[in-house]
Write a protein that binds this ligand. Structure first.
Ligand SMILES: Nc1ncnc2c1ncn2[C@@H]1O[C@H](COP(=O)(O)OP(=O)(O)OP(=O)(O)O)[C@@H](O)[C@H]1O
Length: 271
């Protein structure tokens, strides 16, 4: 009857890295997390708590020491083969010798889409990210924010229902960053994609997310999952950044990060 599969399901996942001379690092220990289709979940926590490791495991760029991960009900490996998700990292990672169009259409070209299909999709994506006039530009002719938008368009090229983003706005100035957050809210509403988003910024996590997953290091664990959803895209504009509800969300996540018990934090997902 109810066969809606979670976008991401992480069950009892641990990842230990072997170090030199027998020393090992438990990057993740017994992590459980479920992300619903269309849901926006941020991972936040101090350096070394395993955020990137968790994202890499979901993306099948690494394999867990124990536990299981699935993406839309498939093993992570199969989801990667089937291109069920798009990835965007802190560095836009564009090919400098290709134009904006060439970069965005790359995944489509790699998977055999014909020229006219590619061009039609690229023009939709350029419109989505507001860079139609820059189709023929090269990455070094664009600002950091524009490059990051191109990277997001590339991640969206194959219409994935899941986006995995590791500090995609980390290198941007504050104003550009906020603009990009506004755009991401809009893009997610339009594409209905679920997002797993790694960030160091509490306001960014609160502004963007339905839930914020708080992690702690050594060993990397989930210590809190906080519902912060501040409404649909229509409500999430710049005025929200000065709203009481936004400040309450920020305070809640900050308290959780600093280990103070949070009254009313729901959905704690620890073992
Ligand atoms: N390939 C690897 N080999 C050995 N240790 C690793 C490897 N990748 C990650 N680690 C270790 O695992 C732990 C978690 O690292 P991870 O990069 O996931 O943390 P993070 O929360 O994303 O940190 P940051 O916020 O600084 O990016 C760290 O102690 C790190 O040194």
């Amino acid at each position: 009857m109810n066969d809606i599969k979670p976008a991401v399901e992480v069950r009892a996942v641990s990842r230990t890295f072997g170090g030199r001379k027998g020393a090992s690092v438990t990057a993740l220990e017994s992590v459980d997390l479920s992300v619903a289709p269309g849901e926006f979940v941020s991972l936040i926590g101090p350096s070394g708590c395993g955020k990137s490791t968790l994202l890499r495991l979901i993306a099948d760029l690494d394999t867990p020491t124990s536990g299981e991960l699935s993406v839309f009900g498939k093993p992570a490996r199969q989801a990667r083969v089937d291109q069920d998700y798009g990835i965007a990292f802190q560095q836009a990672g564009l090919l400098p010798w290709k134009t904006v169009t060439g970069n965005i259409e790359l995944p489509l070209a790699l998977h055999g889409a014909g020229r006219s299909e590619r061009r039609a999709r690229v023009s939709e994506l350029l419109e989505l990210i507001g860079l139609t006039d820059f189709a023929g530009h090269y990455p070094d002719q664009l600002s950091g924010g524009m490059q990051q938008r191109v990277a997001i368009a590339r991640a969206l090229a194959e219409s994935p229902k899941l986006l995995l983003m590791d500090e995609p706005f980390g290198a941007l100035d504050e104003m550009t960053r906020e603009r990009m957050q506004n755009e991401l809210v809009r893009i997610c509403a339009e594409t209905q994609a679920a997002v797993v988003f790694v960030t160091h910024s509490i306001p960014e996590a609160v502004f963007l997310s339905d839930r914020v997953v708080v992690m702690s290091p050594r060993p990397g664990r989930i210590t809190d999952v906080i519902d912060v959803s501040l409404g649909g895209p229509a409500e999430r504009d710049d005025s929200l950044r000065e709203d009481e509800a936004f400040f309450r969300g920020v305070a809640k996540v900050r308290e959780a990060l600093h280990g103070v018990p949070v009254a009313g934090a729901r959905g704690v997902d620890t073992r």
